[in-house]
Ligand binder design. Sequence first.
Ligand code: NAP
Length: 356
Amino acid sequence: MGMHSPSSALDQLMRRAFALAARGPARGVNPQVGCILLADDGTVLAEGWHRGAGTPHAEVDALSQLAPGAARGATAIVTLEPCNHHGRTGPCAEALIEAGVATVFYSVSDPGPASAGGAERLRAAGIAATGGVLTEEGEALLGDWLPAARLGRPVVTVKWASSLDGRAAASDGSSQWITGPAARGDVHRRRAAADAIAVGTGTVLADDPSLTARDEQGSLLPEQPIPVVFGRRRTAPDAAVFSHPHAPLFYDGLELRAQLADLHARGIRSLFVEGGPTLASAFIAAGLADELLIYLAPMLLGGPKLALGELGIPSIASAMRLELRSVERLGDDLLLVAQPSPTPSTAHTATAAKGH
Ligand SMILES: NC(=O)c1ccc[n+]([C@@H]2O[C@H](COP(=O)([O-])OP(=O)(O)OC[C@H]3O[C@@H](n4cnc5c(N)ncnc54)[C@H](OP(=O)(O)O)[C@@H]3O)[C@@H](O)[C@H]2O)c1
């Protein structure tokens, strides 16, 4: 809920700024941001939006359309708090101050440790800066960029498919396919929505997965996640992952947190971890799983190939409690969506020292 009624002029302008923001690229290092500059009498002086890393921020894009001095006394409506850091372009707070803008309304506060503080900087220069305009809509527009910026790493979803008795493969290691076509279709749609997809070297060696997102006919979906392989063992040069439309990234997996930060720096906001059990367990034990997707097939496999391995939980009292978000039937299978509780951010700090 914003601080204004849904029909207020400010809300309408902010929604226009959201629409401008949405013209920018939805993936990558930088968020989608829109900006409108208004004259005293409410006429629109300029509209701007951010077109991706290395290009001007929305505020600067809007200001650049005006003659020097033309923004004096103007009001800026911005979807994200003006940044306060010197990146590839100068800080937007400074640009607004220099242009003589008098009032700033923004939707979402900047979460970045390096870029936050823009509103304070504006206020120190005598500009009336007010945030919280349609925050929910502003946050929805930013998608995974916002939680990823808060965490300093991609948002991580860990997925596995298991039998009802919690096995991720049969005794001989074969696991294709535990679930049916409806569940697999759901996985492929979620792959396409993620920026990157990860597996461990064990899965690459056992299954030679292509790590692509495909439709029922096996054709590639328009959006493909970047394939990421964690582990020290070498991947054979003729492995299917090398035929992926994106070049695969390789990490040894020894410093998961730092390696996730590296993925984030490359513009990856969401990571879909598809296993296997060793890698999935490492992410969960390190407090790096924000969401779990568990596809349960009505079958029993028995044997030693458990869906998860060691999590460092010695007794039932320290069980990792999950909040069940949804249960859905997909063909004959079930999809359970769960989140570690209580809150991911405190859980991360508590388990961060464990590593793997
Ligand atoms: N049912 C499912 O959803 C599903 C999904 C995927 C796979 N599978 C099955 O799982 C089996 C393979 O299991 P797996 O556990 O060997 O596969 P895995 O988790 O894909 O690979 C394990 C390897 O990942 C590497 N690794 C990278 N970072 C790590 C970290 N932080 N901690 C621990 N290890 C890390 C290690 O390799 P290095 O020794 O090279 O460093 C480790 O041996 C196959 O049978 C496959 O069919 C099932």
